[in-house]
Write a protein that binds this ligand. Structure first.
Ligand code: AMP
Ligand code: MG
Length: 425
């Protein structure tokens, strides 16, 4: 049994003094907690999309494995091209892709009909394109003097056997999988998936599909967080469902997560109220907090901490606050756990098409829609929801989120802003 540690907002290392930290520092603290998983597994190539390579890979074979034709045409020997053109050659044989040329002796002044991908027999040093040949009966007249090696893909010109073709930590994209398949590999060793525990805290919550009683609301955060992670093939969700606002219930769920997860994401219950038990449940399992309050809106009470090697992200319950804090602070640290290293945030330049007053020293994240382009082609943003952070509708209508910087008091039309897209196809 673990001894209960009375971790409270007052005594935690991150914020005994109640310090509010900037968003980027909070994200850096989350990143500093992230440790890359070490276990690996063998997966079939066909199921490896987006997974992270565990070891460097050396090429088992040359690519291409043999000299082959890059064109449909005629394989020729340059020594047969004497005197002035056009040069006349007898067509002595035919080789298609997949054929093995038996290698019958080819007489001087003979060419071979050859097709793309077919092996070029020894002694032949160019393939003449069909367009440069005129066929008359069993002969061709070649109008252009061939260059040595023309239209031949030489063995090992793409990849030499035993050369390093991929580094550990590479994410397996379709084109990288194509290379591995080209090397004859049917399975690959990847880092195991990052196990991300998810707990929706709140006695008032019911899952969609259930009947809604008085004072209850539906759980929006569960599907939202899961959906955000569903695009990451290296992530595996361990969903603990809804846990009511009771310290014992939360501590029990945390106990399970500590045993199985690399990351624990909770929503709700991180403010300082009597019904907020997330921090004490963390303390119950020996956890500590690195981030206590962040100078942002929405999401100020977001908590980042750790239990042993597990990264803990306690997001506020308001779905917009959960969305913004997850995207800005917790999510960027998770690829590091997956073995992908630091992933640069994906944002683009835009300009405000609205006016808005905010508080100095606080970064605000607001839902926006793109209404057009300015003279330079930058997207012009309109703010949705008038700053109400609890609106599910505004966020659902938004094309993305605009970051309103901490050192700006008033947003005016034309002000450059960072825009992060929420849309993906
Ligand atoms: P909390 O952070 O627990 O104080 O919750 C803040 C607000 O968000 C409250 O109005 C909660 O009812 C609401 N809330 C908490 N969790 C969820 C959730 N999973 N889905 C939708 N709303 C939630
Ligand atoms: Mg709550």
């Amino acid at each position: 049994m673990k001894t209960a540690v009375a971790l409270t907002i007052e005594n935690c290392a991150a914020g005994a003094d109640g310090r509010v930290i900037p968003v980027d520092i909070a994200a850096a603290k989350a990143l500093a907690i992230a440790r890359t998983v070490s276990e690996t597994e063998q997966v079939p190539l066909i199921a490896a999309t987006g997974r992270v390579l565990a070891r460097d890979i050396r090429a088992p074979i040359d690519l291409p494995p043999f000299d082959n034709s890059a064109m449909d045409g005629y394989a020729v020997r340059i020594t047969d091209f004497t005197g002035a053109g056009p040069w006349e050659l007898l067509v002595g044989g035919r080789i298609a892709a997949g054929d093995v040329y038996a290698g019958e002796a080819v007489r001087p002044n003979e060419a071979l009909r050859i097709f793309t991908g077919a092996p070029v027999p020894d002694g032949f040093d160019a393939v003449v394109m069909l367009e440069h040949c005129e066929r008359v009966g069993d002969r061709i007249a070649v109008s252009k003097f061939p260059r040595r090696g023309e239209n031949i893909r030489h063995a090992a010109e793409d990849v030499g056997a035993n050369s390093r073709i991929m580094d550990a930590g590479a994410q397996l994209s379709p084109q990288r999988l194509a290379l591995l398949a080209g090397q004859g590999l049917d399975a690959v060793e990847v880092l195991r998936k990052v196990r991300i525990g998810l707990i929706s805290t709140g006695t008032e919550l019911r899952d969609p599909g259930e009947a809604l009683g008085r004072g209850q609301i539906y759980n929006s955060n569960r599907v939202m967080i899961r959906s955000m992670l569903s695009v990451s093939p290296w992530a595996e969700i361990v969903d603990y469902g809804i846990v009511p606002d009771r310290q014992d219930a939360l501590a029990e769920a945390f106990g399970e997560a500590v045993l199985h997860c690399d990351v624990l994401v909770t929503t709700g219950g991180v403010s300082a109220g009597e019904e907020d038990h997330v921090v004490s449940a963390l303390g119950h399992h020996g956890g500590t907090l690195d981030v206590l309050k962040v100078a942002m809106r929405p999401g100020k009470p977001v908590k980042i901490g750790r239990i042993g090697g597990m990264l803990f992200a306690g997001l506020p319950g308001n779905p917009n606050a959960a969305l913004v804090t997850f995207r800005q602070i917790a999510l960027p640290a998770i690829p590091t756990i997956a073995g992908l290293g630091n992933v640069a945030p994906d944002w683009s330049a835009a300009v405000a098409g609205f006016a808005y007053d905010k508080r100095l020293g606080r970064t605000e994240f607001v839902p926006v829609r793109i209404t057009g382009r300015d003279d330079l082609g930058l997207p012009v943003l309109d703010m949705l929801g008038r700053g109400s952070s609890a609106s599910l509708m505004a966020m659902a209508l938004a094309d993305g989120i605009a970051m309103l910087p901490p050192d700006v008091l008033s947003i005016h039309r034309g002000l450059p802003l960072r825009f992060e897209s929420l849309c993906r196809s």
